[in-house]
Design a protein around this ligand. Sequence first.
Ligand code: ZN
Length: 338
Amino acid sequence: MRGAVLYGPRDVRFEERETPKVIKPTDAIIRISATCVCGSDLWPYRGIQPVAQPTPMGHEYCGIVEEVGSAVKSVKPGQFVIGSFFASDNTCLICQIGYQSSCQHAEFVGTAQAPVLRVPLADGTLVPTPEVPSQDLVPNLLTLSDVMGTAWFAADAANVKPGSTAAVVGDGAVGLLAVLSAKQMGAERIIVMSRHESRQKLAREFGATDIVTERGDEGVERIKQLTNGIGADSVLECVGTQQSMMQAIQSTRRGGYVGYVGVPHGVELNGEQLFFAHVHLHGGPAPVRRYLPDLIKLVWDRKINPGKVFDMTLPLDQVAQAYRAMDERRAIKTLLRP
Ligand SMILES: [Zn+2]
C-alpha cells in the first residue's frame, strides 16, 4: 500500500509502505474511510520539531474493521470504528479514572495517513458506531478521533458550565471546535480570539458571541472589558505558544479555569506569575477515549456537526497538497480519502 511519510521540513511523500497486519492478538486492522492532517502534524512539517528519519504520519482515523487478533472481543470485522491517537487498554487504574491517553500501556497510533491501519489494544481503543454510517456522517465521526475530542477536553478541563463565560484562544480547527464544545456544555457567552474572517464566521456558527482580534496584552485587556473587568470563568487554550498560554492565564478570572490542549512548544511559566494568577490549570493530551461514546451519540443524533472544520477534501495520494494548504493557512483542516 502507499501512505504518507515525512522526510524533513515541508517534504511529505506518498510512497510505498508495508501493509500493516495483526502482530499481537490484541490488534485490529482497519480499512481507513477517512483521515486528515492535524495542526500538530505541522510542527514537524515546519521543522520546529526535528524529524530524525523518514516518519509515517497520521493519527486521526475511522474506518471499517478488516481483521482482529485472537484476543479481541468487543469489535469485529465489518464494524465501523473510531479510536484515539493513543491506544489504551481502558482497564488500568489510569484508564479507569478517565485518563486513557496516559494509559499505563498507551501506544501512539501514528501511521493513519494510509489506506490500512493497525490499531493496538483494539478492545480498549476502538468504539464502534451503532451501524455503518452514511457518507455524510463520516467527516463528523472522523473529528472525534482527535480534534473534536481534544476540543471537548479543553472545555471540560476549563470547567465550562451552563451560564458561564468561556474564552477560546486560537482559531484553528481545535479552537473552533472548542467553541462548539463550550456551546454544547451550556456556556452563555463565548469569546473567541481570531483575526481571520472565514474562521470568525465558522466560530459564530458554532456559537461564539464575541470576537476579539487583539493579541497579547491588548487581547487580555479586551477580554477583561467584555467580562466586567475580571476575566472569563473558563479559558480554552488551543495553540501551545508562550504568547497564547500567557494570554489564556491572564484572561482567566481569579478562581477560574484554564484548559490547555495546544501542544506546548517553548512554553515556560513563571512560578510567581502563576501563583498570583490564582487559576486552575489543567490540560495535556486529551483522553479522547473517555468522550467517544457520548460524542458518537451527539453526532449520530445529528446534534453537532464538527466536520464543518474540514474546508478542503483531497484524495489521500495528494497528501502533500493537504499539508501545504494547512501550512499556508489556505485550509483550516484537510480531510483525506484513500
Ligand atoms: Zn490503561
